[in-house]
Design a protein around this ligand. Structure first.
Ligand code: ADP
Ligand code: MG
Length: 283
């Protein structure tokens, strides 16, 4: 089971769009996929056609340990499950403050999924912050995908984000790796997009081997700006149901294929080996 946190503490960079449409792409390729909506705004849930009213069991109930993750999960399409969220989740940050072990609630809730290899992919749509929900995601998953909107300040927030993953690998989850950066809302042919991509390439290349992003890549697939991607959430449909031939669908299918192609290299659940430098620090 590959588990992926789609994170960036900046809002509006394409986290939800990428979580939902990458998940839909993988499900269409026959993989069993579950999206966990970790944003109190519930956008991923809405995008997948689920408006989580007060009666519905959500990821909030998982965090308050009133239910199992299996009871919160629902099937939303063939091969595609969702653990929905709604505004209730906004209280979690405060409710868990000071609680011992609060970083591991999701990991414990999902442990049997890992052991039983319940899904091929679990994809977590993180909120735009580095609070307890994102930390729960990072202490659970093996991989981080970072959507990035190429603009002048894009790389500034990135160093903070990378530091957070380094902290998490040291303290909470030594398996965590940054797999790659997804260029979203990409305007091909613009100087800015090319410049940001070059800067990022340079930064990644010059990273130390013992960082969790040492083998991170920029995904070859660029997600172009495409109005259909912006329209589809309000219809509660992935891009493949809403406009299956548009450039947005082509791009997310290509991204999905790129992610699938990595399966051979990392053979499913296997993580890249922990570098001896990190292992020494953790020990
Ligand atoms: P985040 O989850 O990081 O806040 P979203 O995925 O919600 O970001 O994207 C922010 C906004 O931009 C949304 O309205 C979304 O529909 C739109 N959007 C995302 N990616 C694209 C794209 N490639 N082309 C056009 N609009 C996009
Ligand atoms: Mg979002």
């Amino acid at each position: 089971m590959r588990s992926i946190a789609v994170m960036n503490q900046k809002g509006g960079v394409g986290k939800t769009t990428s979580s939902v449409n990458l998940a839909a792409s993988l499900a269409r390729s026959g993989r069993k996929v579950c999206v966990i909506d970790l944003d109190p705004q519930g956008h991923a849930s809405l995008h997948l056609g689920i408006e989580a009213g007060p009666e519905m069991t959500t990821v909030y109930d998982v965090f308050s340990q009133q239910t199992t993750i299996d009871d919160a999960r629902q099937l939303v399409a063939e091969n595609l499950s969702l653990v929905p969220s709604n505004i209730d989740l906004a209280a979690t940050e405060v409710e868990l403050a000071g609680m011992q072990g609060r970083e591991f609630i999701l990991r414990n809730a999902m442990q049997h999924w890992k052991e039983q290899n319940r899904f091929d992919y679990v994809i977590m749509d993180c909120p735009p912050s580095l609070g307890v929900l994102t930390i729960n995601a990072l202490s659970t998953v093996g991989e981080v995908f970072i959507p990035l909107q190429p603009h002048f300040f894009a790389l500034q927030g990135l160093s903070k984000l990378f530091e957070t993953t380094a902290l998490v690998t040291r303290r909470l989850n030594r398996e965590l790796r940054v797999t790659g950066v997804i260029m979203c809302l990409y305007e091909s042919g613009t100087r800015l997009a090319a410049d940001v991509t070059e800067d990022l390439k340079h930064f990644l290349k010059s990273s130390d081997n013992d960082t969790p992003w040492a083998s991170a890549r920029i995904f070859r697939t660029r997600i172009r700006r495409n109005i259909k991607l912006a329209e589809s959430p309000s219809f509660g449909q992935s891009i493949f149901d809403y406009a299956p031939t548009c450039p947005g669908a082509q791009d997310y299918q290509a991204l999905g294929d790129e992610v699938l192609a990595m399966e051979a290299a990392s053979s499913g659940t296997a993580q890249p080996p922990v570098s001896s430098a990190i292992a020494a620090k953790v020990a």
